[in-house]
Design a protein around this ligand. Structure first.
Ligand SMILES: [Fe+2]
Ligand SMILES: [Fe+2]
Length: 222
């Protein structure tokens, strides 16, 4: 599905920008980065990650899974991912407020570093969960329902302008990966697993291939 290919490519870009943002925040705290550049990162995450990427996930992909396949939108994988999008918006606003202060006290520097790591960590876990669970299983469910493609939109002129800043920022602030963060595929790697979500096999039991497998088992008993 072209939409999912596009969303995965956007994940790759956002993921690298998150690691680049870590470098920029580190340099800002050491007085080596321009605060204006940090605000350009904030604009990228707001415009490209949220207003373009997350909006299309919610308005196109999640909407199709909820409205056409009757999957739950307020809980399970879709509920968790939608709630994440809202939380990212709040975290990004908090980061912006700290960056805009320009001169940070030692306590505020710690606060900025911590808030940055929390934002990056949460976004990367979210990307992993979508790539390895929601997109994979969602595509199977849609295909089984005869839906091979979902119409979406391209970048607006303003979004395109912001998108072009990414390469320049990543060159200036080479991405730094936090090797201590354990990343991986599947529901058990998602922070929401068994906290607010029971995993897609249970949450999507009626529609997913696992639910059908159970039906098959039932019918074989007759
Ligand atoms: Fe998402
Ligand atoms: Fe995403």
């Amino acid at each position: 599905m072209k939409l999912l290919q596009d969303l995965r490519a956007e994940h790759d870009l956002i993921d690298r920008m998150l690691d680049s943002f870590r470098t920029a925040v580190d340099q800002l705290i050491q007085g080596q980065a321009k605060p204006k550049d940090l605000l350009r990162f904030v604009t990228f995450f707001r415009v490209i990650a949220d207003e373009f990427h997350h909006a299309r996930e919610e308005e196109v992909l999640f909407a199709a899974l909820v409205n056409q396949l009757q999957l739950p939108g307020d809980r399970g994988p879709i509920g968790v991912m939608t709630d994440d999008h809202r939380k990212f918006r709040v975290r990004l606003n908090q980061l912006e407020q700290l960056i805009e202060k320009r001169s940070l006290s030692p306590a505020e520097q710690v606060q900025l570093r911590t808030a940055t790591e929390q934002y990056i960590d949460a976004m990367q876990h979210h990307i992993d969960a979508e790539n390895s669970v929601l997109f994979v299983e969602g595509e199977i469910c849609l295909r089984d329902a005869g839906i091979a493609e979902l119409a979406s939109r391209g970048l607006t002129a303003r979004e395109m302008k912001v998108r072009f800043t990414a390469e320049e920022l990543m060159q200036r602030y080479p991405p730094t990966t936090n090797v201590e963060i354990l990343r991986g595929d599947g529901c058990p790697m998602c922070p929401a697993y068994q906290v607010t979500c029971n995993g897609y096999e249970r949450e999507w039991a009626k529609v997913s291939r696992w639910g059908r497998a159970a039906d098959d088992d039932d019918s074989s008993n007759w």
